[in-house]
Design a protein around this ligand. Structure first.
Ligand code: TXA
Ligand code: MG
Length: 319
């Protein structure tokens, strides 16, 4: 198993040596390597069993550092970065050649994010290279929101997990980019659409191009636990399912007739932020129980509800 701790110097030394370290962020835990070292980046793909066509996000701690690997910072990107970084927003920039092709899967753009987590910001401040970091889970599986999740899935394959507690947001970052004069959202995530549109006006959403995706995290089936997930109208149809082998994830309240031990309520008070924080943990909880099918409902289509529903639909797509 990996060593788990809060030793930034140890993390820094491992990363400088081309090794992988799991890092906490406010969204989900990342599996980090030196983004300027192609060998180290390749190791991320091996450990995650991630296809080479799925590019990585480069994490750093200041806009000055971004200027070293983005060719140009469009005005709207400046505005977004100034308002929302550090935070759950990833921005695509035309890349400079210092970023190896393996990081961007050969694409001309590099995805960049300044994460909002003090431990990881301190680590980023102490190194002179960006960290390439996808979510620290095997490809296609549920993202980790606690150090334990990382250790359960990848502990055998990596030397160190920087433990920053439970992730505050719990959903991956929203991904935004610019094509011609349009602002495009490629992945819904922890930064809500409203927050972005209030600041820079209308955006276009382009999240479902699954045949030749520009953002492969958007493959139709993703974020899936090993138990099949089905989205139903919980209030009406739960009674069709076997109470002993069915797990339930609901928004606000338990459904009658199924043992509460087999249920996970995302937020009793109906708070979408709390629901987001709990979602991936909920999907993982049932792996340890004698559950054969997970049933769940969609949440209100507003704020973080949009990103939560996106993840639920992708978890259900492989069932
Ligand atoms: O919140 C997050 O974004 C987390 C934390 C660790 O920062 N990271 C994360 O990484 O979710 P990952 O690899 O699981 O998802 C990143 C997605 C890729 O699947 C891809 O869809 C998109 O970002 N992406 C990365 N680079 C891209 C690029 N150059 N062009 C288009 N999409 C890109
Ligand atoms: Mg991922």
């Amino acid at each position: 198993m990996a060593q788990i701790g809060q030793d930034i110097i140890k993390a820094k030394e491992l990363l400088e040596d081309g090794k992988l370290v799991a890092i906490p962020t406010e969204t989900v835990y990342g599996l980090a390597a030196n983004a300027l070292n192609p060998e180290a980046a390749l190791e991320i793909f091996r450990v995650k069993q991630r296809p080479a066509f799925d590019p990585l996000i480069a994490h750093t701690d200041s806009l000055e550092k971004v200027e070293k690997f983005a060719r140009e910072i469009p005005e709207k990107a400046q505005i977004l970065a100034k308002h929302f970084w550090p935070g759950p927003l990833t921005i695509l920039f035309d890349k400079q050649s210092i970023i190896p092709d393996i990081v961007t899967s050969g694409l001309d753009r590099v995805a960049v994010r300044i994460p909002s987590h003090q431990l990881t910001l301190d680590l980023l401040k102490s190194i002179d290279f960006p960290l390439a970091a996808p979510s620290a889970n095997p490809f296609g599986y549920v993202s980790p929101t606690e150090a334990k999740h990382v250790n359960d899935n990848l502990g055998e394959k990596i030397p160190y997990i920087l433990d920053g507690g439970s992730c505050e947001i719990g959903l991956e970052s929203t991904i935004v980019g610019f094509e011609n004069d349009e602002t495009i959202i490629y992945r819904l995530g922890g930064m809500s659409l409203d927050q972005i549109q209030d600041l820079i006006g209308d955006v276009k959403i382009n999240i479902n191009k699954s045949s030749n995706p520009k953002a492969p995290g958007m493959l139709k089936s993703h974020y899936a636990p090993s138990i099949p997930v089905r989205i139903i109208n919980l209030k009406e149809d739960y009674s069709l399912y076997d109470p002993n082998s069915t797990g339930v994830i609901s928004f606000k309240e338990f459904v009658p007739g199924i043992p509460e031990d087999n249920q996970f309520v995302l937020s009793e008070s109906g708070d979408l932020g709390e629901a987001a924080r709990n979602l991936f943990k909920a999907l993982r909880t049932f792996e340890e129980k004698p559950i054969k099918l997970l049933i769940t409902e969609l949440l209100p289509e507003k704020g973080l509800g949009l990103a939560i529903n996106d993840r639920l639909k992708r978890a259900a797509a492989s069932a």
